[in-house]
Design a protein around this ligand. Structure first.
Ligand SMILES: NC(=O)c1ccc[n+]([C@@H]2O[C@H](COP(=O)([O-])OP(=O)(O)OC[C@H]3O[C@@H](n4cnc5c(N)ncnc54)[C@H](O)[C@@H]3O)[C@@H](O)[C@H]2O)c1
Length: 247
């Protein structure tokens, strides 16, 4: 069986370097090019003829990178965070029009995917939800893609969480103290050295609280998911959003 040929975009970054290593260690995958700032992605795709391009770059460039990949007719696996709902919809339409596929995974760690699924399941019974996410200070965006995806998954199951907030708005003595709101769920973003990626989902109902927590302490936690996503992406048409969809 021939190997799946992969270009890693953002190959000099933390996730890019770990991914190149993981691809090289996987007998079914081959890294045919390592791109970063200064590379011409379109030229690399034309000359190396990859099956899949893996993107771990920056929230400011991920949308245009992904469009470049799709327009070349190749499959994209996107780990970079920061894509909006509107952009995801556009990528879905564009990839269908180009008869190709794009897999966007805000978190490749299986434990994080389980955390999101458990939180969505629990939200049927515990309707008060807040999220605290912890990352290193060099992370470009806030809140994290994992926090946004967690809220999306909760919202799909329980669109009315946090109704107890009602119209009652507490005074924030310092703006932002109660977090940033997405689909009525407050998200609190901590940026501190020593973290890679952690998240707690706090859920409550009168008299009880459930805390679901996941910690990635090493980037190797993402690599089985990255390799699996690359392999599965060759059969994807349109947008697939979330590793749980291909497990
Ligand atoms: N999906 C996941 O499981 C997961 C896990 C960790 C991090 N992330 C996300 O992945 C992204 C990258 O994280 P990181 O820690 O590796 O960041 P990083 O800053 O260490 O690496 C980013 C790399 O992208 C390169 N880059 C920037 N713009 C580029 C462009 N236009 N073309 C090519 N290369 C470009 C940079 O030079 C750098 O080498 C972030 O959005 C982060 O939040 C996702």
């Amino acid at each position: 069986m021939s190997k799946v040929k992969v270009i890693v975009n953002g190959a000099k970054g933390n996730m890019g370097k770990a991914s190149v290593q993981a691809i090289e260690n996987d007998g079914e995958l081959e890294c045919v090019s390592q791109c970063d700032v200064g590379s011409n992605l379109m030229d690399e795709i034309a000359s190396k003829s990859p099956d899949v391009i893996l993107d771990f770059t920056h929230p400011n460039v991920v949308f245009s990178n992904t469009k470049t990949i799709i327009e070349s007719g190749k499959r994209a696996v996107v780990g970079t965070t920061g894509l909006t709902e509107v952009q995801l919809k556009e990528l879905d339409e564009l990839s269908r029009a180009n008869n190709t596929g794009v897999l966007v995974c805000p978190n490749f760690a299986i434990g994080a995917v389980l955390m999101m699924q458990f939180a969505a399941q629990a939200s049927k019974y515990l309707h008060e939800v807040e999220i605290i996410e912890y990352h290193h200070p060099y992370k470009a965006d806030a809140p994290s893609g994992t926090a946004i995806k967690t809220v999306d998954m909760i919202h799909d199951v329980s669109p009315n969480v946090n109704e107890h907030f009602g119209d009652f708005k507490q005074t924030e003595l310092i703006e932002g103290s109660k977090g940033g709101y997405y689909k009525n769920v407050p998200i609190h973003s901590v940026r501190l050295d020593s973290y890679i990626a952690s998240q707690e989902v706090l859920m409550g109902s009168p008299g009880q609280r459930l805390t679901i927590r996941h910690d990635s302490m090493d980037r190797m936690s993402f690599m089985p998911g990255v390799c699996l996503a690359i392999k599965k992406s060759v059969d994807v048409t349109g947008l697939v959003y979330g590793l749980e969809k291909i497990l």
